[in-house]
Design a protein around this ligand. Structure first.
Ligand code: JHZ
Ligand code: ZN
Length: 426
């Protein structure tokens, strides 16, 4: 039995008009870290197709999710920037729910309307987070007094999360797991939709779980493909990310299952993300919804040619990245990576860099430490390695958290290599 399948029609609109524009070669699964330095990894193709009908970019294959997610090393709480993003997201969602109370606002002793968000009503709300990872977002809701439930397929994250008492179901989002969950007021899914093959089933199930009494909402974040293209983030193209979303295919997808998008926002997290607010119930439609599609059209994002040009930029970054690493090697300057991110591992593999150029990669996720990167077999070490090794350059493999990483290492007084959106030395 094969462990991946080929994509023959668009997962959003069903069209068979899929045109390839990017072939990054055959590579290992970015998060399948190795326990031994000598282990070999299995490679799978990374090719991107453009749907001429709805403009969804998508990978040409779907690797069996069981291989990718049963054990998952990524822990979203490691980044303080992401923790804060989750806090702000929870507060923002709370505002919507509170302004939408289906009962009259309480009246203060002076007879005025009490607009104070004292959290009283919050206690009734139930939030479900799909692919809850290490509970980073649910913890924020719990602090606000919400009931929480999470669905998380990975066994290691589920076990680690148990002491946090967030109510996690160890499963994929499916009929079976959803049947164990009560109707709820909010469903969140950050960085999940791009990983899902049957997106229609996924969203239909979401819709069926949103309570009508409180006009339940679905809040979903996806990396925005506009940023991927304009900021050359080709390293975020790897087997886990099946879809690369513009707003247009999202709008088509959501409306096909009866979820109305009533607001869309952009956030800088993970190199630029869209946050979609949707519901099967009636909400006033914000102007952002019509504006964004107009913007995409004007930017040429619905033209195949835009993507052909992207291909050339990828090649340029690859050349320059290797040039910098080779120069360092020739001058006997040491380079250590920071952030054994999936995108960093992909970048190394796409460019064909190796451990003679990058001696090790520091990552503060204990689960990743002392393992090895697939393909390049570089060791992942802990933070104290920076002080022990004193590298000449730190390569920011998690460039999306550049500020956080540079703040933590400024005492080392090293220089930095930033690979994306273009190769720079700071
Ligand atoms: P980071 C992940 O991608 C995986 P990755 C996933 N496929 C996805 O969709 C995106 O996120 C959104 C470490 N680190 O977040 C932690 C430190 O050690 O860019 C991580 O291993 N110290 C679900 O893996 C890595 O860097 C720090 O101070 O590309 C960052 O990975 C910080 C900030 C991070 O995601
Ligand atoms: Zn399509």
């Amino acid at each position: 039995m094969t462990d991946f399948k080929k994509v023959t029609k668009c997962r959003v609109c069903g069209s068979g008009s899929l045109k390839e524009y990017l072939d990054l070669g055959s590579h290992p699964l970015a998060n399948s870290l190795l326990k031994e330095a000598s282990e070999e990894s299995k490679n799978y193709p990374v090719e991107v197709l453009f749907c001429e009908n709805c403009c969804l970019s998508q990978l040409s294959i779907v690797v069996d999710p069981k291989i990718m997610y049963e054990e998952y090393p990524y822990h979203s709480s490691i980044s303080k920037t992401f923790q804060y993003h989750c806090y702000e997201m929870a507060v923002e969602i709370r505002k919507i729910l509170n302004s939408n109370k289906p009962w009259p606002k309480s009246v203060s002793s002076k007879g005025e309307q009490d607009n104070d968000d004292d959290g009283m009503y919050d206690l009734n709300f139930l939030v479900v987070d799909i692919a809850s990872n290490d509970g980073c977002l649910l913890e924020q809701f719990k602090k606000l007094g919400y009931y929480t439930l999470g669905v998380e397929p990975s066994k290691n994250l589920y076990k680690e999360c148990e002491p946090k008492n967030l109510g996690i179901v160890n499963d994929y989002w499916s009929e079976a797991s959803a049947s164990r969950i009560a109707a709820c007021d909010v469903i969140t899914a950050t960085n999940v939709l791009a990983h899902v093959d049957d997106v229609k089933d996924f969203l239909t199930l979401v819709k069926s779980k949103l309570r009508s009494f409180t006009k339940g909402i679905f809040v979903c974040e996806v990396p925005y493909f506009f940023n991927l293209i304009t900021s050359n983030q080709f390293d975020t193209i790897y087997h886990e990310h099946l879809s690369y979303f513009l707003f247009k295919p999202l709008r088509i997808l959501f409306s096909s299952v009866g979820l109305n998008i009533f607001k869309v926002e952009e956030y800088p997290i993970h190199g630029g993300s869209l946050r979609i607010y949707a519901s099967p119930y009636k909400y006033p439609i914000d102007k952002s919804v019509s504006d964004l599609e107009e913007f995409e059209k004007n930017e040429g994002l619905y033209n195949f040619n835009t993507y052909v040009l992207f291909n050339n930029r990828v090649e340029k970054i690859k050349r320059e990245f290797l040039k910098v690493l080779n120069n360092c090697k020739e001058l006997n300057k040491t380079v250590m990576g920071y952030g054994a991110s999936a995108k960093g591992i992909s970048l190394i593999n796409y460019c064909g860099a190796d451990k003679s150029q990058i001696t090790s990669i520091v990552d503060e996720t204990p689960y990743k430490q002392w393992k090895f990167t697939p393909g390049s077999n570089i060791q992942i070490s802990n933070f104290s390695y920076f002080s022990e090794e004193r590298p000449d350059y730190i390569l920011l493999l998690a460039w999306n958290f550049a500020e956080e990483l540079m703040n933590k290492t400024k005492h080392l007084k090293t220089r930095y290599i930033v690979p994306i959106p273009e190769v720079r030395i700071l």
